[in-house]
Design a protein around this ligand. Structure first.
Ligand SMILES: NC(=O)c1ccc[n+]([C@@H]2O[C@H](COP(=O)([O-])OP(=O)(O)OC[C@H]3O[C@@H](n4cnc5c(N)ncnc54)[C@H](OP(=O)(O)O)[C@@H]3O)[C@@H](O)[C@H]2O)c1
Length: 272
C-alpha cells in the first residue's frame, strides 16, 4: 500500500504555486518528496514559497513567468528540465477572478459589464491553463508519462451570481480536462492522465472581502455559501491535499478525465 501515493523524486510544476491554494499543494507534494517548481509572475512571492519549502527540507525552484506568456513558459520549462531532467506533474493553479470582472451589486450584465474585463478573466483562467499545458505537457508526451491537474471551481457547475467570465472560463477548463484526458490517453497511453479539482469556497485574498466581514462574520454572499454547504464551513487550503496527492500518484492510475469536487458537499446539495 505504501507506494501507491508515492511522489518521491517526481518533478512537479505548480502555476500559482506562490498563492494560497497552489502553495498548500506545492508544500504537500514537497513534503512527500517531490521536487517542485513554483511558477508565478512575482519573483519575491515565488522565492518566499521556495524558502518555506526548502527550510522544511524540501526541494523547490522559483520560476518567474506569466501563464499567458508562451515564451516565458518555455524558458521556465527549460529551467526545470535543466535542473531536474523531466516534468512529471503540472498543476494549473494560477487563476481567479480579477478586479473589474465581477458585476457590482445593483448593476447588470447588459449595461454595466465591461467586455474587456470579461475577456481578461476568461483568458487568465482558460488560456492560462491551456498554454502551460501545451508547454509542460510536451515534455510529458515525449516521456509518455505525466499527470496534469487543472483547478476548476464550483462556478463551472452551477450559475454563481456576479462572475460570468470566471464561471464560463472554469466551465471551459472542465471540458478541456476531459478532452485532453482522452487525447493523451489515445495518443500517448495510460501513463499520461489529466484530471481537475473543483474546490468549493475557500477564503483567500481574492474573495475574503466578498465572503467575510471585518469582524469575522459572513457577508450576505458568504452566508448564502455556508447555507448551501452541508459541512457548514468554508474550505481550508489543507482540505485539497488528499485529493491532490491521490491525483498526482499511482493511487489514481485508472482515473482520467474527471473533475473532483472538494467542497464540503456544496455541489451535491440543492439547498433544500
Ligand atoms: N479561493 C477559492 O475559493 C477558490 C475556489 C475555487 C477555485 N479557486 C481557484 O484556485 C486557484 C488558486 O486560487 P487562490 O485563491 O489560491 O489564489 P491566490 O492565493 O490569489 O493565488 C493565485 C496565484 O496565481 C498566480 N498568478 C496569478 N496570475 C498569474 C499569471 N497571469 N501568471 C502566473 N501566475 C499568476 C499568483 O502569483 P503572481 O501574482 O505572483 O503571479 C498566485 O501565486 C485559482 O485558479 C482559483 O480560480 C479558488
Amino acid at each position: 500500500m505504501e507506494n501507491w501515493f508515492d511522489v518521491r523524486q517526481k518533478v512537479a510544476v505548480i502555476t500559482g504555486g506562490s498563492g494560497i491554494l497552489g502553495g498548500a499543494m506545492a508544500k504537500a507534494l514537497a513534503s512527500c518528496g517531490a521536487r517542485v517548481g513554483i511558477l508565478g509572475r512575482t519573483a519575491e512571492k515565488n522565492e518566499r514559497m521556495v524558502e518555506e519549502i526548502c527550510s522544511a527540507g524540501g526541494q523547490a525552484l522559483g520560476l518567474v513567468a506569466d501563464v499567458l506568456d508562451a515564451q516565458a513558459l518555455e524558458e521556465a520549462a527549460r529551467r526545470v528540465v535543466d535542473a531536474w531532467g523531466r516534468v512529471d506533474i503540472l498543476i494549473n493553479g494560477a487563476g481567479g477572478n480579477i478586479p473589474g470582472a465581477a458585476i457590482p451589486p445593483g448593476e447588470h450584465f447588459f449595461e454595466h459589464h465591461p467586455y474587456a474585463n470579461l475577456k481578461r478573466v476568461f483568458e487568465l483562467n482558460f488560456d492560462g491553463t491551456v498554454l502551460p499545458t501545451m508547454v509542460f505537457g510536451r515534455y510529458m508526451a515525449r516521456q509518455k508519462s505525466g499527470i496534469i491537474v487543472n483547478i476548476s471551481s464550483m462556478t463551472a457547475l452551477q450559475a454563481v451570481t456576479r462572475v460570468p467570465g470566471y464561471s464560463t472560463a472554469k466551465a471551459a477548463v472542465d471540458m478541456f480536462t476531459k478532452w485532453l484526458a482522452v487525447e493523451v490517453a489515445l495518443k500517448f497511453g495510460p501513463g499520461m492522465r489529466v484530471n481537475a479539482i473543483a474546490p468549493g469556497f475557500f477564503v483567500t485574498d481574492q474573495n475574503r472581502a466578498l465572503l467575510t466581514t471585518s469582524d469575522g462574520g459572513y457577508t450576505e454572499r458568504g452566508a448564502a455559501v455556508i447555507r448551501k454547504t452541508p459541512f457548514g464551513r468554508f474550505g481550508e487550503p489543507e482540505d485539497l491535499i488528499g485529493t491532490c496527492l491521490w491525483l498526482c500518484s499511482d493511487a489514481s492510475r485508472f482515473v482520467t478525465g474527471i473533475i473532483v469536487p472538494v467542497d464540503g458537499g456544496f455541489s451535491a446539495w440543492s439547498g433544500v
